[in-house]
Each structure stands twice: as structure tokens, then as C-alpha cells.
Design a protein around this ligand. Structure first.
Ligand code: URA
Length: 259
């Protein structure tokens, strides 16, 4: 249900405050919102900050676009998607960082998700586990076309969305050094199943948007190469950031009405 001008409890946003935006760009990190919003529109402005939800509004080619962080993982992403959908947002683009699990995917490359493996819990509160977590065909194609036009190295594939950064992504450099048996060997298994990468929010976003009849897409910059190590490479983020912003701008400029 779309609400009139009620202030949303967690994000603290109202419909008029977001300029009736139907597009939302969703980075995980609240700290990355200002830089991203300004890369999309140099006149972007801050509108509200509450908990992990930092919100700015940008205008791209006359289209109002909300940039709102989700925090890390499914539960906080589900809250953002719920509240923004109730404010009339119809197209959601998650942007973030990722660990690649295929050898040909390099640091700084962009991975655009076709679908997500549902290793999260939040999506099961919206649809049974048999229901697929798929991206919007139109929004995803728009990202792909923009990346192609810009000559940016990108890959399209199935993303595994885990509730945890350590055990669910089979990282042994955790506090106990132990990974549950169910996750031991999982990186290699997903790799053999042609999964491209790990992140933590796409499955929740895709499941909710498909179930709600809304559009969702996801693009991430590679900051870890899990075929080589468990470490993240912060320099790779700087390289990926400008690529991610350019692709988003291109996708929205070329196709203002997906839904
Ligand atoms: N984000 C993740 O969830 N995993 C990584 O390896 C890197 C970024």
C-alpha cells in the first residue's frame, strides 16, 4: 500500500521529502551515500539520516532518484524496501561490493546479478524458499547496456547472498577459525555451479520486489577474489566506485520508465 505523506518509522522519510521518486539506489554503507549521490548529480542534497538509513535525493536527466543506504544484510534491507515501496518507489538498484568466486573476474570489475542464491533468512519471510530471487529483466538490461556503452569490464551472473560475511562465505579468518560443516567446501561448490560472486543483500531485495510486483537490479564492484584469498582489497573499491556510478547514471538516463 502506498501511503500519503506519513513519515516512515525507520528511514524517517516521507513521500514529499523524496520528491515522489520512483527510483531508489541502495548502497549498503551510509557513509558512501553522499559521494555516490554527488557522483550521480553534483547538486544532490541530503534529506534525512536515521539509524543506518542515510538518504539523499539526486536528479538524473530530470528523473528524481533517491539514494538511501540499507545497512548490511537482509533484515535492514527488507525494512528499507518495505518503507520505500510504501512511499511509491518502484525501481530499486542495489549497488555494493562483492567477492568474486570465478577466476576470470578481476578486482574492480563489475558484477551485475541475474538472480541470487537465497542464503539469507529475511527473504523467507516474504516468499517460500522455492520462489526464485530474480532481478528485473528491464532494469538489469539497462545496467548491462550502460556498462557496454561505457566500455566498463562487467560480468553477468548468479550471485550468492549470504547472511554472514564469515561462515556463510566460507571465511576461516573468523574469531573461532571454524566454519560450520554445511558451509565447508561451499565456495568451490558455488563456483562449480557457475555462481559468480558473494554479497549480502540481493536475495532479499530480489525476492521482495518480485513478490511485490516491483523492479530490482544489483551491481557490485569486486573487492575480494575468493579464488585467491579471503582478504578484501580497499584499492579495488576506489576503482569500482566511479564505474558503478557511471553505469547507474547511464541506465537511468537511457530508460527513465521501467515500471
Ligand atoms: N562483500 C561481501 O559480502 N563479500 C565479500 O567478499 C566482499 C564484499
Amino acid at each position: 500500500m502506498i501511503v500519503d505523506d506519513k513519515k516512515q518509522y525507520h528511514t524517517g522519510l516521507t513521500r514529499s521529502q523524496i520528491g515522489n521518486a520512483e527510483f531508489a539506489i541502495l548502497p549498503g554503507d551510509p557513509g558512501r551515500v553522499p559521494e555516490l549521490a554527488k557522483a550521480l548529480d553534483k547538486n544532490a542534497r541530503a534529506i534525512h539520516m536515521h539509524r543506518e538509513y542515510n538518504s539523499w535525493v539526486a536528479v538524473i536527466d530530470s528523473v528524481p532518484v533517491l539514494v538511501c543506504s540499507t545497512g548490511i544484510g537482509g533484515p535492514s534491507t527488507a525494512i528499507a524496501v518495505e518503507e520505500l515501496a510504501q512511499l511509491g518507489v518502484k525501481n530499486f538498484i542495489r549497488v555494493g561490493t562483492t567477492g568474486s568466486i570465478q577466476k576470470n573476474i578481476e578486482f574492480g570489475d563489475i558484477v551485475i546479478s541475474l538472480a541470487a542464491v537465497r542464503l539469507d533468512g529475511a527473504s523467507t519471510h516474504y516468499a517460500p524458499i522455492e520462489y526464485p530471487a530474480v532481478a528485473s529483466l528491464w532494469l538489469t538490461n539497462a545496467l548491462v547496456n550502460a556498462a557496454k556503452q561505457l566500455g566498463i569490464p562487467f560480468h553477468v551472473g548468479i550471485t550468492a547472498s549470504s547472511d554472514t560475511f564469515w561462515p556463510g562465505q566460507e571465511r576461516y579468518d573468523n574469531y573461532s577459525g571454524y566454519v560450520l560443516r554445511r558451509f565447508q567446501g561451499s565456495v568451490e561448490e558455488w563456483r562449480k555451479l557457475n555462481v559468480t560472486n558473494f554479497e549480502m543483500e540481493a536475495a532479499t531485495l530480489f525476492t521482495m520486489c518480485s513478490a511485490f510486483g516491483l523492479s530490482a537490479a544489483c551491481l557490485c564492484g569486486v573487492i575480494a577474489k575468493r579464488t585467491e584469498s579471503e582478504e578484501v582489497n580497499l584499492e579495488a573499491y576506489a576503482m569500482a566506485f566511479s564505474r558503478l556510478a557511471k553505469i547507474i547514471r547511464g541506465a537511468i538516463t537511457n530508460h527513465p520508465n521501467y515500471l
